[in-house]
Design a protein around this ligand. Structure first.
Ligand code: CDP
Ligand code: MG
Length: 137
């Protein structure tokens, strides 16, 4: 059993895709064990994307995550980390397979709608960052 972090980025919230994305998670028989809508602080987002500090897109992606509310969701299930990454699709929506969230709803890498943890170490770190109060799972 694994728990992973999903973020619905500001573009996904603005486009009313909270329900559609959450529906897909639940339909996969994965359990939502944490869920909130937050205006993320810059400090939280910079820590979240710490691995990308210094890269060309770092400032832009941090600004984007701070530009409006995001949904933070903790998702639990067998192989949840890989299952969710595959469900969301490739980082660049142009390379994301149809049927994935990015492949169905996104067109550009700077507005690719969701974040999901890449591996167990990242999931643990990100869940602590976004759910310091803990989850219900
Ligand atoms: O989100 P994911 O783990 O698939 O990709 P990443 O390589 O960890 O990059 C984090 C986020 O930075 C991406 O989801 C994009 O929103 C953004 N990014 C970007 O705007 N331009 C790039 N060339 C690479 C990433
Ligand atoms: Mg990543």
């Amino acid at each position: 059993m694994e728990t992973t972090l999903v973020l619905i980025k500001p573009g996904g919230v603005q486009r009313n895709l909270i329900g559609e994305i959450t529906r897909r998670v639940e339909a996969r028989q994965l359990k939502v064990v944490g869920l909130k809508l937050v205006n993320a602080s810059r400090a939280t987002v910079e820590e979240h994307y710490a691995e990308h500090k210094g890269k060309g897109f770092f400032e832009d992606v941090v600004n984007y995550l701070c530009s409006g509310p995001v949904v933070a969701m903790a998702v639990q299930g067998t192989n949840a980390i890989k299952a969710i990454r595959t469900m969301m699709g490739a980082t660049n929506p142009l390379e994301a397979t149809p049927g994935t969230v990015r492949g169905d709803f996104a067109l550009t890498i700077d507005d690719n709608l969701t974040h999901s943890s890449s591996d167990p170490e990242a999931a643990g770190r990100e869940l602590t960052l976004w759910f310091p109060e803990g989850t219900v799972g």
